[in-house]
Design a binder for this molecule. Structure first.
Ligand code: DP6
Length: 323
């Protein structure tokens, strides 16, 4: 039996829009490179066992997994076994739990697929061999994760990951950033990111975004390398607003924000001389990226606005670990 823990990540430059291709090698192939911060406190813990007979048993968050989730897990695991040229198990026991609220606007699919990838390799090779193999084949492992969910390919290491084409690689920046999430809503997303990626393709703003994203990435990389938090922050916010505008202008139009999202964002934008900056994933919750602990200021802001919200205070993290 293998036990593994993996963390999700928050994108600074977003993966929004993927190729329409029937080639399995190009599944979840992003239209643009993306840059992210791997978290540490938010974790998915997965247990996996290969069984020689019997039937699959799959539990997610303490409940028997849905048919759709079983299919995704089976497919991902099977694909890794085949890629490793090793036999697919007759049956499995799979159990996975998150220590963070699933609908907190923290992408649980990234940590879930990173954990499942590590667990599958652990079951196939044995934990010690798997650790060695992963260390020697980092890009390949990132690619395996991508097959499950695009953003998962960036959860293979950290703190900073750059995903380009098939896989993501570690970046070295001299600053330590944290992510404080304002959980404004715990409601399940109205549109999955999978459907959001699809709708983005019809957005008239997508072509312009794609034409400018490389330059934004280069500027952001420079800002992070030179420890220029202000320039980084401005780029971070422009990027998040752009992603949501692309989504809004697609067919169908995808709106992830709520009234509270709008109020919080405008209040933050009005604050002069900030040293913390916002971004958002495919959801209404606001992620605040900063170097120092800004939870006090954020609580004060929420209370001034009369918004009741929980804070999820996270820090930077790294690769999944066997337990
Ligand atoms: C807005 O990785 O969840 O969080 O590849 O279809 O599983 P699939 O999508 P997913 O998309 C993440 C979208 C995002 C931006 C990002 O993480 O880069």
């Amino acid at each position: 039996m293998i036990r593994v823990v993996a963390s999700p990540n928050i994108a600074f430059i977003k993966y929004w829009g993927k190729e329409l291709s029937s080639d399995p090698a190009r599944v979840n192939w992003a239209l643009n490179p993306s840059l992210s911060l791997t978290l540490s406190k938010a974790q998915t813990t997965t247990e996996l066992e290969f069984l020689e007979l019997g039937q699959d048993s799959m539990t997610l968050e303490g409940h028997s997994a849905s048919e759709k989730d079983r299919e995704k897990i089976r497919q991902h695991l099977g694909r890794i076994c085949r890629a490793m040229e090793l036999p697919v198990p007759v049956a499995i026991r799979y159990q996975s739990e998150n220590n963070f609220p699933m609908a907190a606007g923290i992408a649980s699919s990234a940590s879930a697929f990173a954990a499942l990838t590590w667990a599958t390799l652990g079951c196939l090779l044995g934990q010690e061999e798997a650790e060695k193999w992963i260390a020697l084949n980092k890009r390949r492992v990132s690619e395996f994760c991508r097959w499950g969910s695009g953003s998962a390919c960036r959860s293979v290491d950290g703190p900073y990951m750059l995903w380009r084409d098939d896989a993501a690689e570690l970046q070295n920046f001299p600053l330590k950033l944290r992510d404080t999430v304002l959980i404004l809503s715990r409601a399940k997303k109205t549109v999955s990111s999978r459907d959001g990626h699809q709708a983005a393709l019809s957005s008239p703003l997508l072509a312009k975004r794609l034409a400018g994203v490389e330059s934004r990435l280069a500027q952001m990389t420079r800002a992070l390398e030179t420890h220029d938090l202000k320039v980084f922050g401005q780029l971070l916010e422009t990027e998040a607003l752009e992603m949501h505008e692309v989504a809004r202008r697609g067919t169908p139009s995808v709106e992830y924000w709520t009234e509270d999202t709008r109020r919080v964002l405008s209040a933050i934008q009005e604050m002069t001389d900030r040293d913390f900056y916002f971004t958002l994933d495919a959801g209404p919750n606001v992620h605040i990226i900063s170097e120092r602990d800004v939870s006090g200021e954020l609580r004060a802001l929420l209370s001034k606005l009369g918004i009741v919200a929980e804070l999820w205070e996270d820090k930077s993290g790294s690769s999944p670990q066997y337990l």
